[in-house]
Design a protein around this ligand. Structure first.
Ligand code: X2X
Length: 339
């Protein structure tokens, strides 16, 4: 072959390669993948909520829009209280996150962590579905993140390795692992305990070595993470706070989506959230039975015992209601009273 024909063929081949490369790029530019952060994996209802969202979005968009779930707070190196900032800055596109973990950046979310404020599931639903819930969503939105739907981690119960707890005095001096959110520090200090803030990633090792005596988490977390295996032989059902989850997307990512994609994302989040809330609640009795069957001593509080905890934590309300916003707290009370 003469050299000039050889060059022409090479050029033609290069042209074909460049053309197919540009095709590949243009089709991948259409299909879009968003990162979704969660603290817990799909072994837990929380992670399943995010996977369900991803499944519905992929199915309904014919894989043109997909969500990739990154569990175990891996996008924030295990530091779950940085998840909201990372989503706001665009480091993370979306998240299914806990109100507790986002409360350092969105003080209004401490509404849900006020001890003994929402007594039962009806109260929680009245707030998330009511005027207060709307205000909470506006508070999130005003900080650069678009909230789409609610999910649920669950009512948080108290466990420890030392003995049954049915009055505040039983917590005296106990080292309790709490999430890195200041309100929890105050609640457990008010109860006479010695709270230690640490991430979920550090919690199980700390329970294993006995660096802490206790922790608080919903039954699903206690059950799936097998907290009984790290010496937590006592569990008190005190329903002191419920931990809702929020499905949310970074504002700039949201703005870059078409109207159709936004509707799809929102509706899929609402469906995944409703599905996960129902499942979490339905599973609680069997989880409790399984925990008891493993030999954990479960303590339930009578009305007088419950009241003693309410009174012992009154100072936390006095201090935190102004930080949360008294109008929001009042709106939540009105929602719970069906006003
Ligand atoms: O860290 C916890 O306790 C957990 C997993 O429940 C949250 O992320 C709030």
């Amino acid at each position: 072959m003469n050299p000039s024909r050889h060059l022409t063929r090479l050029a033609a081949l290069a042209g074909i390669a460049a053309f197919s490369l540009s095709l590949a790029i243009s089709s991948s530019a259409q299909a879009r993948e968003l990162s979704v952060s969660t603290v817990l994996s799909d072994a837990f209802p929380w992670g399943q909520a995010a996977e369900k969202w991803a499944e519905l979005v992929a199915e309904r968009s014919d894989d043109e829009l997909t969500l990739r779930v990154y569990p175990n707070s891996q996008l924030v190196n295990g530091d779950q209280t940085r998840e909201f900032s990372a989503m706001r800055s665009g480091l993370i596109d979306a998240a299914v996150g806990s109100t507790i973990n986002w409360s350092p950046q969105v003080p209004e979310l401490n509404l849900f962590s006020l001890p003994f404020f929402m007594a039962d599931l009806d109260a929680v639903d009245a707030v998330t579905g009511g005027a207060a819930g709307k205000r909470v969503f506006s508070a999130i939105e005003s900080r650069g993140v678009v909230p789409l739907a609610w999910g649920e981690n669950g009512f948080r119960q108290l466990s420890n390795s030392r003995g049954p707890i049915d009055e505040p005095g039983d917590l005296d001096g106990l080292k309790i692992r709490v999430v890195g959110s200041p309100l929890f520090q105050d609640t457990f200090t008010a109860l006479g305990a010695n709270p230690t803030q640490m991430s979920w990633a550090d919690a199980k090792p700390a329970l294993t070595t006995g660096a802490v005596d206790g922790q608080e988490n919903p039954l699903s977390v206690f059950d799936v993470a097998r907290i009984d295996q790290v010496g937590q032989a006592y569990l008190t059902l005190w329903n002191y706070m419920n931990d809702p989850l929020v499905f949310a997307v970074n504002q700039r990512v949201w703005d870059s989506l078409s109207e159709e994609e936004r509707t799809l994302l929102r509706e899929a989040a609402e469906e995944a959230g409703a599905w996960e809330i129902a499942m979490t609640r339905e599973q609680e009795p069997e989880r409790l039975a399984a925990i008891k069957a493993r030999g954990v001593t479960v303590t339930e509080l009578d009305e007088a015992q419950y009241q003693a905890f309410v009174e012992a934590t009154q100072s936390v309300h006095d201090e935190w209601v102004p930080k949360i916003g008294s109008e929001l707290v009042e709106a939540a009370r009105a929602d719970m009273q069906g006003e």
